[in-house]
Design a protein around this ligand. Structure first.
Ligand code: ADP
Ligand code: MG
Length: 729
């Protein structure tokens, strides 16, 4: 038997994968080569059509039919020249992945032949057979129609031989069945509300963009080992496996030298991303062994999100080319860090101002404080909903464990900003504070620029941290579509900015000067929402108690968190802004409960199967080996001696029996609980039952399996162990 117990992918293939030759050209030469970007638009579209499309991309002005026809024709020409033969509407259903149905450009010419065609109608709208996408009851199977509609603000791109057109996905009756439609609406809402507030400071602002820079964490495992782990294959995580003696204790992986095989994969991945216009920039090893991170330069949120969703499919493809499998699950391995997807978020104007950057002039500083405080207030009000936006069966393993944000949303500001806010709060008399004068607020706000020098006190335990010129929402899961979190955040901020404008206008109408009205309102808000700020250790038990006293949402059960989606404040928030209707929200909650149940159900089945038909038979076989040794020893040696020879063997036999018994009992119990849960009609109650009565048994069963892994002969243990899975050679 070789030292390796598994058929790790053939060395020759591996070497070949390492030998991917980097392209001869520079990134600038191939960046966006598969994207119908500005350069292609200029080349393939008539001037009038180009201008109309550019205007739509910039300001969302609706496109007329004639322009769509013309865009379709230019796009088709480019795509054909690039070798594309098919097109697809590319959308993001509530499954969490992407969906595409490829159609070829071929149309019958009526004379027995074919022509290649792509009309404006096909570009704008498609009607995929949508009956199998989750809809939470909006779309009954007898009314299976759903429509995809072109999102001209995100450029089309080519993957293999297919032109992909980013689209939203809606039901026959107009409800969103995807992540993109609500995101676009929330971006519009925050734009409108923020522009109004910006105009207190600068009349030239006519558009506010929401930006997103995601940081994608992931694990790589060797494909051969992955294939020998049914749990990884079917659930994306290991449901069993004893900790490796060495894992991340020495902290030798983080930012360490990237293994050659992984470096080759990363280069290839970056090349593919850049060709698709994804501006990837940063790569490094993460904390856990075999864990890595990729981050692009931030972009406008809708495009950034499309790019992240696209990346999640590109990374899978490229990994396979290198005989790896990529794990995007939030917690593939117990006992070491899981993966998240930090969402760096900011707002910026079309005049080039980052509204979350402290700024230089007094006006800029007040504007910065205004936006900062409004974000705080929005997060304070909707902290529960924000948590719901990142909650899932898979991310639940990460939240609350001592490595990632706790299951409580709070804000980290850092000492300098906190100090500035407390100065503003305690400045007694708003009316005597002149913005352009030499005292009061001027003094407080003058502290801010130091931030750039000193902003090193990062707090990794905070789920929502201010990091100098943006907020970093760190609780988002590595597998998630960021749109969910971004829709809630942008909507909450939009709602709050509208309230702010109304409060300020009321003061102005009472004769208070504009700057002072802003200042007073901000000061009042700080008092109201400062308890969302927490700069301490988010992992501590004291914080959980304190957060409860502050009235922050401390719910830890994902199915219960999902209830927030349909509660009063959420319906009011999304209804007011026109982002989602109560029907859409109810549908989403149903889908989330259903998804939760299904994920736990699948895990329970896989765990049960592996326990009964992989682990127990092997443990029994080893027991038998020991028993026959004991038997033989008893025959060949006098009693005293044979006892001595087999003392440990007998202990192990008994120990194994104990674990086997426990596994049988617990697995039986799990099956019973599953049956009971399955009989529940309500999706919500079913998910709660799966959470409370089924998922809790996983760790108990696993405990016994992991113990067996330690005692059973290594040579016959059927599953690759952590020490084999976690260290790419
Ligand atoms: P770190 O790991 O230190 O948090 P990274 O460099 O890995 O930082 O990632 C930071 C991400 O934040 C990048 O995607 C970057 O483009 C993005 N980012 C930087 N400034 C902004 C901003 N103003 N708004 C949104 N995202 C930003
Ligand atoms: Mg970060």
């Amino acid at each position: 038997m070789s030292l390796l117990r598994f058929n790790v992918i053939d060395e020759a293939i591996k070497r070949k994968a390492c030998n991917v030759t980097p392209p001869a050209e520079r990134p600038a030469d191939y960046f966006g080569m598969y994207v119908f970007n500005n350069e292609k638009m200029l080349k393939y579209l008539p001037k009038k059509c180009y201008e109309a499309l550019s205007e739509t991309m910039r300001n969302g002005t609706p496109l007329d039919y004639e322009t769509a026809e013309c865009v379709a024709s230019g796009m088709k020409q480019w795509a054909s020249e690039m070798g594309a033969t098919h097109y697809t509407h590319w959308f993001q259903p509530l499954t969490g992945g992407t969906a595409e149905k490829h159609d070829s450009f071929i149309e019958p010419d009526g004379k027995g032949g074919v022509i290649e065609e792509f009309s404006g109608k096909l570009l704008i709208q498609q009607e995929p057979d949508a009956s199998s996408f989750p809809s939470g009851g909006i779309r009954n199977t007898f009314e299976a129609r759903g429509y995809t509609a072109w999102d001209p603000t995100s450029p089309a791109f080519i993957v293999d031989d297919t032109l992909c057109i980013p689209t939203i996905f809606i039901s026959y009756t107009g409800e969103a069945l995807d992540y993109k439609a609500p995101l676009l609406k929330s971006l519009d809402a925050v734009n409108k509300a923020a522009v109004k507030v910006c105009r207190y400071f600068d009349h030239n602002v006519s558009k506010v963009y929401s930006y997103l820079g995601w940081e994608q964490e992931y694990f790589l495992v060797d494909e051969g080992l992955w294939a020998a782990r049914p749990d990884l294959m079917l659930t994306g995580r290991t449901l069993m496996g004893h900790e490796s003696a060495k894992n991340q204790q020495l902290e030798d992986h983080y930012f360490g030298a990237i293994p050659t095989r992984v470096a080759a994969f990363m280069k290839d991945l970056e090349y593919e991303c850049l060709k698709l216009g994804i501006p990837v920039k940063t790569r490094h090893n993460e904390v856990a062994p075999n864990q890595f991170e990729l981050a692009p330069v931030y972009e406008e949120a809708n495009l950034a999100n499309d790019h992240n969703v696209l990346l999640m499919s590109v990374i899978r493809r490229v990994a396979r080319r290198h005989c790896f499998r990529v794990l995007l699950h939030e917690k593939p391995f117990k006992g070491i860090n899981g993966s998240g997807k930090h969402n760096n978020w900011s707002l910026g104007t079309d005049t080039g101002v980052n509204l979350l950057s402290p700024g230089k002039s007094d006006d800029e500083k007040l504007q910065f404080i205004t936006f900062l405080v409004n974000v705080m207030k929005a997060v304070r009000k909707h902290n529960g909903l924000l948590k719901t936006s990142i909650a899932s069966a898979t991310n639940a393993h990460r939240l609350g464990a001592n490595e990632a944000p706790p299951a409580i949303i709070s804000i980290f500001l850092g000492s300098q900003i906190s100090e500035v806010l407390s100065k503003i709060e305690s400045s007694e008399n708003g009316d005597t504070i002149s913005m352009d004068g030499k005292h009061g607020i001027k003094l407080s706000i003058a502290h801010i620029p130091e931030l750039f020098i000193d902003n090193t006190d990062r707090n990794r335990t905070s789920p929502f941290a201010f990091t100098g010129n943006r907020f970093e929402f760190r609780a988002v899961g590595s597998m998630a579509n960021c749109a969910n979190a971004m829709t809630v955040l942008n909507s909450a901020v939009a709602e709050q900015l509208a309230v702010f404008a109304a409060d300020v206008d009321t003061l102005i109408m009472q004769g208070v000067a504009a700057r002072e009205a802003i200042f007073r309102t901000v000061r009042e808000y700080i008092k109201q929402c400062k308890d969302i700020v927490f700069d301490g250790n988010g992992y501590s038990d004291e914080w959980k108690e304190e957060a409860g006293r502050r009235g922050l949402d401390c719910e830890t059960s994902v199915p219960k968190m999902i209830s927030r989606i349909t509660d009063g404040p959420t319906e009011e928030l999304f209804g007011k802004l026109g982002v989602m209707s109560p029907t859409e929200l109810h549908a989403r909650a149903e889908v989330e409960w259903e998804t939760y149940t299904k994920k736990i159900q699948i895990e329970a089945r896989v765990l049960g199967d592996l326990a009964i038909n992989h682990v127990i038979p092997v443990a029994s076989r080893y027991q038998e080996t020991l028993l026959s040794k004991i038997e033989k020893a008893a025959k060949l040696f006098p009693e005293g001696e044979s006892d001595k020879i087999t003392r440990h063997d007998r202990a192990i036999v008994l120990d194994i029996s104990g674990h086997i018994d426990a596994i049988y009992d617990l697995t039986e119990k799990m099956v019973e609980e599953r049956k009971k849960a399955n009989a529940i009609e309500s999706e919500k109650e079913k998910a709660i039952a799966y959470h409370d009565n089924v998922a809790g048994l996983f760790d108990q069963i696993r405990y016994h399996i992991d113990k067996l892994e330690l005692s059973v002969d290594n040579e016959i243990w059927p599953l690759p162990k952590y020490r084999e899975l976690l260290f790419i050679r």
